[in-house]
Design a protein around this ligand. Structure first.
Ligand SMILES: Cc1cc2nc3c(=O)[nH]c(=O)nc-3n(C[C@H](O)[C@H](O)[C@H](O)COP(=O)(O)OP(=O)(O)OC[C@H]3O[C@@H](n4cnc5c(N)ncnc54)[C@H](O)[C@@H]3O)c2cc1C
Ligand SMILES: *[C@@H]1O[C@H](CO)[C@@H](O)[C@H](O)[C@H]1NC(C)=O
Ligand SMILES: *[C@@H]1O[C@H](CO)[C@@H](O)[C@H](O)[C@H]1NC(C)=O
Ligand SMILES: *[C@@H]1O[C@H](CO)[C@@H](O)[C@H](O)[C@H]1NC(C)=O
Ligand SMILES: *[C@@H]1O[C@H](CO)[C@@H](O)[C@H](O)[C@H]1NC(C)=O
Length: 484
């Protein structure tokens, strides 16, 4: 009798209840999906990851006094935020609340701090206003002009405020990850979580969330066997999804067969590769969603200085170029477009919490793909030039960084961008492109074999790690429901 029961259990678990699942990508969404499946006893899982590491756009590396993040860095909000819920009791996250980098001007150097702060507050206020234009750039240009016109009686202040619109655009495109604010829709479906939008990992790195998902932390004895399921350096190049089981082929000629494939690659990878990646090709509504949603890139650079040239009162700084000065930059290295150097795209320098010798630099806009290709020395020389030219510190006291770390999110074929955003085209005639992106495909309607997760497929939390994790759970739950 016992033997029979065991046999029966055996058949139940390996027959009806143990579908095979291939997950393409070991980023936050792929790891989340695997964790949810494993916790529910679906164990025939293979995670194929093209890079030589897990985490994807969560990429924490040791530098200075702790881990720094080349990818996701802040936990955005405290309510309805799955990331926050997972860590809130562990005393890891640190409050930032708001950045007040000071604005430095190419002619006037350090601007009055109150004026800097006033501009930054104005930016926030205007971004938060009800919106109805096509692109956010159109509305903000118009509204900004209206607001600063109150300073017209002080020509110097007014002229400065007018020039500062470039800082405003940098602020917006850094947040959205676009190359231009005309590429970003003026209204979108993103639902902001309440609470501190810039919770910092305090030297532990965003990778902590991966350890929590895999249950390696805080109690390693409860780890899920996810490492055993991950195959690194496995670049998937074709997914045939029309027969009963999907067939996944990798660049190294290996092949994997599975009842379900969860594709978690970035929107950028989908944009570049959908024609070769899917056999048969994707249906037209899915293709349209992929095409209409936006993804570009920011270039984040981490610099470690053997000697600090700033002190604790330094809150970081933005670089504001006067138009004429921007045309006559004497720094000769790196890309130039229409007579303007890439240096104009170095937007902000920020101190890193609990890492006293590290600063991070954000390079934004159309120069990003070219700057990614520049040698480290050019980037370091450029930043050194700016610090001196803008008078951020006394030239003699500025020291040169001894370590630089950066990642080519845009040119790396496994990412092709940093985080997705909604474009004016996405919003044309209303339908939710992320929702369309998330719809499963396959001949068997009850048990579709091609599923989509990943940040860009989240209708309300796209572009974030919390959003990515939600989509991993969503697709795992979709599979679990099929075998209930
Ligand atoms: C610079 C930067 C800053 C960011 N800042 C924040 C932040 O502060 N807060 C926040 O919440 N979010 C931030 N994000 C966004 C956040 O990192 C992402 O939304 C999230 O990590 C995406 O997870 P994912 O699983 O959807 O995609 P990914 O992490 O991209 O995972 C997909 C995986 O698929 C792999 N892959 C791609 N192609 C193939 C293939 N052909 N075969 C096999 N594997 C493949 C990739 O290597 C990758 O590991 C930032 C991102 C970047 C890049
Ligand atoms: C996992 O699934 C694959 C594909 O369906 C199958 O060939 C393999 O035997 C399964 N492995 C186990 C241990 O059940
Ligand atoms: C800046 O603002 C602070 C606080 O509002 C105020 O006390 C101070 O006088 C202002 N400084 C200048 C130079 O306006
Ligand atoms: C954009 O918004 C601004 C301010 O709300 C308005 O003045 C302007 O006419 C709008 N432009 C378009 C094209 O709708
Ligand atoms: C910090 O540095 C700034 C700029 O060099 C200087 O003005 C300020 O006095 C310094 N503050 C302290 C506390 O040393």
């Amino acid at each position: 009798m016992l033997v029979k029961t065991v046999l029966l259990l055996f058949f139940v678990s390996f027959g009806a209840c143990d579908p095979s699942v291939v997950i393409v990508g070991a980023g936050a969404s792929g790891i989340a999906a695997a964790a949810r499946l494993l916790k529910n006893d679906i164990t025939n899982i293979t995670i194929l990851e093209a890079e030589d590491r897990i985490g994807g756009r969560v990429y924490s590396v040791p530098l200075g006094d702790g881990y720094v993040d080349l990818g996701a860095e802040w936990c955005h909000g405290e309510k309805d935020n799955i990331v926050y819920d997972m860590v809130k009791d562990l005393n890891i996250l640190q409050h930032t609340n708001k950045f007040y980098p000071e604005i430095y001007h190419s002619k006037f150097k350090r601007l009055d701090q109150n004026f800097s702060n006033l501009l930054l507050d104005t930016f926030d206020e205007l971004i938060g206003e009800p919106n109805k234009n096509s692109s956010i750039g159109e509305r903000l240009i118009a509204r900004y002009e209206e607001v600063i016109s109150q300073w017209k009686n002080d020509p110097r202040v007014y002229a400065l405020a007018q020039e500062a619109i470039t800082v405003f655009e940098a602020y917006v495109i850094g947040y959205e990850g676009a190359f231009s604010w005309f590429d970003i829709s003026d209204n979108d479906d993103y639902i902001l979580s309440d609470g501190d939008l810039y919770l910092h990992w305090n030297g532990h790195g965003f990778k902590t969330i991966l350890d929590l998902l895999m249950q390696k932390y805080p109690d390693a004895s409860k780890s899920l066997p996810i490492d055993d399921k991950v195959l690194l350096n496995k670049e998937v190049h074709e997914i045939a999804w029309s027969s009963k089981q999907a067939v996944v082929k990798c660049s190294d000629s290996s092949t994997y067969v599975a009842d379900h494939v969860i594709v978690t690659v970035s929107l950028g990878v989908l944009k570049h590769q959908h024609t070769s990646l899917f056999r048969p090709k994707l249906p037209s509504d899915k293709l349209q969603a992929i095409e209409q949603l936006g993804i570009a890139a920011v270039h984040k650079v981490l610099l470690h200085f053997p000697q600090r040239w700033w002190n604790d009162s330094y809150t970081g700084n933005c670089f504001l170029w006067n138009k004429d000065d921007a045309k006559h930059i004497s720094f000769g290295e790196g890309p130039v477009k229409d007579g303007i150097s890439w240096l104009t795209s170095v937007s902000v320098l920020l101190p890193v919490l609990h890492n006293p010798n590290v600063l991070e630099v954000w390079i934004l806009g159309h120069f990003v793909p070219k700057v990614e290709q520049c040698p480290d020395e050019v980037v370091i020389n450029g930043v050194m030039y700016l610090l001196d030219y803008f008078g951020v510190a006394v030239a003699e006291t500025i020291t040169r960084p001894d370590i630089i770390i950066r990642n080519n999110w845009y040119t790396n074929p496994h990412f092709r961008g940093t985080y997705s955003f909604q474009t004016p085209r996405t919003r044309h005639g209303y339908h939710s492109d992320p929702a369309i992106l998330s719809e499963p495909l396959g001949n068997n309607r009850e048990k579709p074999n091609l599923l989509f997760a990943g940040e860009a497929s989240n209708p309300t939390h796209y572009s974030t790690v919390q959003g990515a994790i939600e989509t991993g759970f969503r697709e795992a739950d979709r599979i679990l429901k099929m075998y209930k």
